[in-house]
Design a protein around this ligand. Sequence first.
Ligand SMILES: *Cc1c(COP(=O)(O)O)cnc(C)c1O
Length: 362
Amino acid sequence: MTTGPSPRPEILRIHPYVAGESSVAGVNRTIKLSSNEGAFGIPPAARKAIEDAVGETYRYPDGGAEALHAALGKRWGLDPARIVCGAGSDDLLYQLCLSYGGAGRDIVMSAHGFTIYEIAGTYAGSRVIKVPERNLCTDLDAMLAAVTDATRLVFIANPNNPTGSMLSAAEVARFRQRLPEHVLLVIDAAYAEYVDRDDYDAGASLVDTSGNTVMTRTFSKMFGLAGLRVGWCYAPPAVASVLNRVRGTFNVSVLGQAAAIASLSDPHWVDQCKAHNTKYRQIMTDSLRAAGIKVWPSVGNFVLADFESVDRANAADAFLRTRGIIVRKVGPYGLPHCLRITIGTAEETNMLIDGLMAFAHG
Ligand SMILES: *Cc1c(COP(=O)(O)O)cnc(C)c1O
């Protein structure tokens, strides 16, 4: 019989998020390919902006992040008034769940979708329904079939982490058309900058046309600011208004705002990072396949290597660690027979390939 404080019962059913590890004991150099961070570190302009803004950190940031909204609007051709920023896009995913979810308000996601949806949805008090995928792709027909009058939120990550799969703009638009109007569709486009396909859209046009769709984005991946925690969303005015009521007043720090604005100003960063990623994602995919390892097609800055057994995936992970290479185990995503591998620099990619070739042939 316990008499101490107790949370709502569903809180204790949440499994804490397992982040990518960052060090291996006993090796000189660690190659971290476990968290899908950008391959090239901080954009130089962002580093300078951080240094320049250090003296301002005794002041509160602009709670409305107006300059950042303006920079985002300009960079991506969006209405700044519909942008809301967060301490990473995770922050916004939580605020959306807490605002639109709750007891009796279901959330639908795909079986191998991003685990934050399940954590944040359960925290909000929602039932979170995970819909089986087809060939490791979000099955939109099955998602629709799982939607009921109780559904309030549907999450799709596009591209999806950790599978690397993508839904075309036409598929997403048709899905939105068939969803009931009371359902808020959240398109998590954390990897949008990496996609090099003509039939892709990150979701902004659906936000403008539908009134019940939100697109979330982040500075944590290609823009190299994961440690500063800056994310944003593009939302219909009514949803932006809800988020502005509940979000942390000063949820993006002085340094985060300064660095994010500066990172958008580099005219070549996105193209260079994307070209590198496209090239090395292909090299990684081809090389691992040549070594007899199954690799799922990916449009992100990572690939999902499928070892077709849990033991073999664990053995590959252990082998890579002896070389100081850390990749991501994806058991919490329901894929314990796979490893997710971030596309790093050319050197890191080659070390990973060498490692897995040695593993496959050993
Ligand atoms: C990395 C990632 C995010 C971004 O998280 P931040 O909180 O912005 O760092 C969001 N969604 C998915 C699917 C991701 O992989």
